[in-house]
Structure formats: C-alpha cells, structure tokens
Design a protein around this ligand. Structure first.
Ligand code: SF4
Length: 497
C-alpha cells in the first residue's frame, strides 16, 4: 500500500500535518499541538497557537503623535500605520533558515518606507545573565548553579551590591546529558517569561529568582540593596557621625570601613580610638576578609560583630569610648561603650545614632532580581532576512538596522556577530518559547529603510504592506511600555552601509 493509499484508508492519518518550523519536524494529529505547544493541527491546517502580538504606540518614546479622531476613523485594518508595530511574538519561524522570515512588512514613517523583518528565532546559543541585589553570600565564584539537581550555569563575579549568575549557554543546552539540556531550557524559558525559579548553588545558598521581584535567599525575602561597600558608607555618612560617636565600623564581607582610620575621618579630625581589626588592611580604614562570606552581617558569616575586633590598643583607647557597628544595609547594628578594661559592652542605641542607621537604610534601594536574556542572532537566522547575511550584521552594527526583541530595545555587544541582551521585563508577557532540540525561541525584529533592505539583498519580493495583514488573524494588542523607544523610528545614520 502506498502512502497515499494508507492516508485514504485512514482519515486521521490523512489529516495529520507535518510542522516544518524547526528541525524536530513533528507530525501533528488533528486537534493536537506539536512538541513545543507553539504549533497545532486545526482541521488539517498547521496553525501557530499563540496570537500575533501588535504593539500600539501609546506613550512610547519617539512614538508618532496619533490624531485625536484616529480611533474613530479606524477602517478595520490590523495595522493602522506607523503607530502599530508588528512584533515577532506569535509570528512563527521558518525552517530551514534560508526561507524568508514569516513576516516582512513595510510601513511609511515620516515619509520613509520602513521594512520590519519579523521572526521567532530559535536559539541554541543563548542564556540569561542574572543580577541579584543582595549582600548575602550566595556561593563561591565559579560554583555550579543547579535546578532539579542538574547543572544549568554558574556563579560569576560579585558586583557592587549584587551577585551575578550566568545560566544556560550552548554548553549546558547541548554539551551535557539530555536531562541537563532539557532542564536548562526549562529554566531559561521560565526566567525569561518572568516566572520564579529555585536555584541551588553548590556550597552556597538556595535562591528563588524572578525577574523584577525580590530574591528569596534560603527562604528569606531580601529587602534592601546595600548603600555601598563599608568604605563607601563611611565616605557618605562620616559628617553625620561627627560629634555623636567616637568610632564607627561598617561591616562588609568585601571592604569593611573604620571611621577613625579612614580618610573621611582624618579630614574631619577624628582622633585615633585604638581600634584593632581582624582581616587584611588594604588602605587606611579599609579592611578585606574580616570574616568568611555568609548570610550574616554585611554578607559575612558573623552574627556577633565584636568577633572581627582584636583588643583595643590602650595607647589610644579609653573607658567610655563609644562605637557604632553597622552593616552596609543598616539591617544589622549595635552600639557599644568601652568598660574600664577597654572591652566593648553593648548599650542602648542613642537616638541620633539610630537616626543615622535609619538614614543608611533609607538610602538602600529595594533588592531585585534582574534577568537579561542573551542570544546570538548572527547565525543562520540572518538567512531569513537576506541572501547575503554579513550585510545584515554590518547594517546592525552600523546602526542602520534596529534590532528589537518583542519590540523592546536591546544592548548589542561590540565585535563580530549579532550578540544582544534584553531586559526580559521590557517585553510583553510570555514572549519566549522553546523547541525540544533543546533551544529557546525568542522574538526578533529587524527594522530598516526599504532602500537599505533592498541594498543588502533582502527578500523584497516578500515585502508586503503591514496594513494588508489579515485583520481576522488571531492577534493581541499590547501598549508599548512608555520607557521603550518606538521601534519603527528610523535610525539616523544616512551614510552607513
Ligand atoms: S517542536 Fe514545535 S516548531 Fe518544532 S516541529 Fe514540533 S511543533 Fe513545529
């Protein structure tokens, strides 16, 4: 029996459709979706499950001024003009890559014909960079980050008031076990779509990360991002302590500050107090490694701040000398006075010092998790834009072609290729998808003048006016976030290639 005869004998088989939007090539039976849930078989037709997302200019930066009667005059078209942007969210993917992108649409903007090439790119080379605002030690640099026991990334450098993680990348997606690749893909997808994920760090903490939300470290929500390191805190608040206390120690895992020794104290003529610190003295009033990293005071492992002090030097110390010890967020604080034996004894905090601690806390910003998706668009997906891919790379790097991700602005890395990062909170919700190869699917739009598109070898035969898109096609209108620049605005670099 031939394949045609088999199909005629089995109506269900006859209605099965093959999805060719990615290398998996699913055969999808009627009423079902493919492996990624992005495509389905609707009455024998292959359809993209999610609606196409259109951005409305609203109050976005640089957006065209919409006439007052514009809404009333609307003629029913899907795209009304330069105040609507067709994103790649829900647009679909073409495969193999040399097929022109699913949508190549033109729009007139201020008398210039602009083209936007729209596709949902499949990224095997992608990941997320995470910034977690916390003083607490999450894990040693290079420690593995795990989800469901699988390695999905690692701890990278600590930055100012934040711990950084690097998750995903082609190594975890393709270079480990099948389960590692799957769990990595799930993790990246959830984080990119603003969902919370519990990350377990080897020899470190368990952190719940969600873009735009406070991190939860070992079950405790973080509230404050430090005002600065211990030294910076001394530099900021030294004048406010003058005359109210003899000594201040700002406890910090990285740089603990000591007022009387610090240049800020010297310039205010604060006399020596005989304080002696543990750890390694870097420069006057700045100490490294006063304790081990941890989740206690100032990101150290201590709960008793006196544990970072050696006995006071009797040459300068005297009974009754007062001392404030405080962490870089103002979360931990204590006040001491020296007794007759020059031992610090905790006393009730004087009101003026309590005010200064409150001022430190007031100057701390809310602790948040930031998630940046990073992907390489300099590979084969360029072939869906032009038959000469390097011209697209050059056009993007010269600022003629604007690259957006779901209409959101991106940061382009210098150097070769088209490697970009985007803040996932700037995209419409559920903008990312996946395919089980495994890889992430991210929306990508390239916008440029039509003349430049033709010059780079673009698929001009496939350009169609955005206003001709079928208004009955499933779609979702979303207001462009006001902080995002309007993606259709031409970039002003007239002589670039
Ligand atoms: S995984 Fe999704 S995109 Fe890939 S072939 Fe299957 S249904 Fe199509």
């Amino acid at each position: 029996m031939t394949s045609m005869e088999r199909k005629m004998a089995d109506p269900a088989a006859a209605a099965t459709v093959r999805c060719d939007a990615c290398p998996v090539m699913c055969n999808i039976r009627p009423g079902l979706a493919g492996a990624c849930d992005r495509y389905a078989n609707a009455d024998g037709q292959l359809v993209r499950v999610d609606p196409l997302v259109l951005l409305d200019a609203a109050k976005a930066q640089g957006a065209p001024v919409v006439a007052f009667q514009s809404e009333g005059e609307w003629d029913g078209r899907l795209v009304r003009g330069a105040e609507t942007f067709v994103t790649a969210i829900g647009a679909g993917t073409t495969y193999p890559d040399y097929k022109p992108a699913p949508f190549i649409v033109s729009t007139e903007v201020d008398g210039v014909d602009m083209v936007t090439v729209v596709t949902e790119g499949v990224f095997s080379y992608c990941g997320v960079k995470i910034k977690i605002d916390t003083d607490r030690h999450l894990g040693p640099e290079r420690a593995m980050v795990r989800v469901q026991g699988e390695p999905v990334g690692h701890v990278t450098t600590g930055e100012y008031g934040s711990q950084m993680l690097s998750l995903g990348g082609v190594g975890h997606l393709t270079g480990g076990s099948k389960k590692e690749g799957r769990v990595t893909c799930e993790t990246l997808l959830a984080l990119s779509n603003l969902q919370p994920v519990e990350l377990v760090i080897d020899d470190g903490a368990t952190v719940v990360v969600q873009a735009g939300a406070a991190p939860i470290v070992n079950g405790v929500p973080e509230t404050k991002m430090r005002v600065g390191c211990g030294s910076a805190t001394i530099g900021i608040f030294a004048p406010q302590w003058l005359g109210k206390v003899d000594e201040v120690v700002v406890v910090d895992d990285h740089i603990t500050g000591v007022l009387s020794e610090h240049q800020a104290g010297k310039l205010l003529d604060i006399p020596p107090t005989g304080i002696r610190m543990r750890g390694r003295r870097s420069t006057p009033g700045r100490y490294f490694q006063v304790a081990n990293p941890g989740t206690g005071w100032g990101g150290t492992d201590i709960s008793d701040p006196l544990s970072i002090l050696e006995p006071f030097d009797p040459k300068h110390a005297k009974p009754g000398l007062s001392m404030l010890m405080v962490s870089t967020t103002g979360e931990h604080f204590a006040y001491y006075e020296l007794d007759e034996a020059l031992r610090p004894v905790e006393r009730p905090m004087p009101a003026p010092l309590a005010d200064s601690v409150a001022r430190i806390s007031e100057n701390c910003e809310p602790a948040l998790c930031s998630v940046l998706f990073i992907g390489g668009a300099g590979g084969s997906l360029r072939a869906g834009v032009t038959d000469n891919p390097v011209r697209l790379t050059q056009s993007v790097s010269h600022g003629v072609t604007r690259l957006t991700c779901g209409g959101a602005p991106v940061y382009l890395w210098p150097g070769g290729g088209i490697t970009f990062m985007v803040d996932v909170t700037k995209l419409p919700e559920n903008a990312f998808g996946y395919v089980p190869t495994p890889a992430l699917v991210a929306p990508i739009e390239f916008t440029m003048p039509l003349t430049r598109y033709a010059a780079m070898g673009g698929y001009v035969d496939h350009v169609r006016p955005a206003s001709s898109l079928d208004p009955s096609a499933p779609h979702r209108r979303v207001a462009q976030p006001p902080d995002n620049p309007w993606p259709l605005t031409p970039l002003a670099v007239p002589d670039a290639p």
